[in-house]
Design a protein around this ligand. Sequence first.
Ligand SMILES: Nc1nc2c(ncn2[C@@H]2O[C@H](COP(=O)(O)OP(=O)(O)OP(=O)(O)O)[C@@H](O)[C@H]2O)c(=O)[nH]1
Length: 387
Amino acid sequence: MKLALIGFGQAGGKVVDEFLAFDARVDGGFVESAIAVNSATTDLKGLEHVPTENRVLIGQARVKGHGVGADNELGAAIAEEDSDEIQGAIDRIPTHEVDAFLIVAGMGGGTGSGGAPVLANHLQRIYTQPVYGLGLLPGTDEGGIYTLNAARSFRTFVDEVDNLLLFDNDAWRSAGESVGSGYDRINREIVERFGLLFAAGEVQQGDHVAESVVDSSEIINTLSSSGVSTIGYASETVETNDGLLASLTGGGETFDEGTATNRLTSLVRKATLGRLTLPCDVASADRGLVVATGPPSHLNRKGVERGRQWLEDETGSMEIRGGDYPLPDRDEVGAIVLLSGVTDVPRIDQLQQVAIEAQETTADVQASADEEFASLMDTGGELDALF
Ligand SMILES: Nc1nc2c(ncn2[C@@H]2O[C@H](COP(=O)(O)OP(=O)(O)OP(=O)(O)O)[C@@H](O)[C@H]2O)c(=O)[nH]1
């Protein structure tokens, strides 16, 4: 499906940059346009793939290109004030060719956390296409302010978008990794999952022979349950008849319908029961979509159908869709599982709980700081100020 991508804030911009690289790599054609919005000049300069004319600096009058320092109320305010600047960039997009908008933002910071919901509200008022969010939840070790920002942004963002796709940084970090290289790896994981899903809806008729390719309307219908969504992905390397391996071994794997069916069914299970972008109880999903990816000869209707049925049983939902995304040049068969409208999400409960505690502690600290300052300045009325 054709997307207008808008990266808000540093993390949002970096992920959109990575989406562009991925789209070019798989020849996906799902990115119609990409825009990056930020209040920090250096973050915009650091992007590699977003065209320079699509990089929008907001809040210059207030923060002079230095970012909002994790103040998401300020992030929301400058997004509102400078919405014309953002709209100017969106006006250059051929929006009639776009199936949906996708706003990407780190929810723990200031610019993206505050600005993304404001932009979603703005787009909903102007355009008829769905507006989706891709929110990145902070790690639990990032501290109270990031958690509080994320919880407040989540509460706002989820109401402003047609569906909020979530990625939990906390569930995906690895021990011993530096923050920089950690994010680079995590961003590739994000883009591989969401990119494959959106590229799947962009297969043109006649591109490849496929049993039942996924259509953008199937993605839109799956996401139309609103609320929160998560994605699972699993893949397995296969030998393809036209691959290098085949030429070395003199033949490659002979096509076996039964093997292909079993492989796809077990990949759907692995994708669902393995690490989701947002870990949750799968049974709480409202709708689902199963997409089989890989060389066309390894994709078969029966495998997708069995995986789809299994997911119906797991979720108890009658709205599980399924289809293929043929990728002839890959030597991997994969399954993407999109679970929409999930409601049993321990990480969100925990985030909200910690945020409430952080909010209370901040209020207590502020109250006692005010009191202590008043007592510091108290001279019993013996001393007059200058003016
Ligand atoms: N997945 C991912 N998360 C990131 C990345 N960089 C930062 N984050 C997350 O995003 C949050 C910070 O958001 P940023 O995007 O850096 O902040 P911002 O929106 O630019 O806002 P300010 O810097 O406060 O002006 C942190 O809580 C991190 O969890 C990244 O490259 N990838």
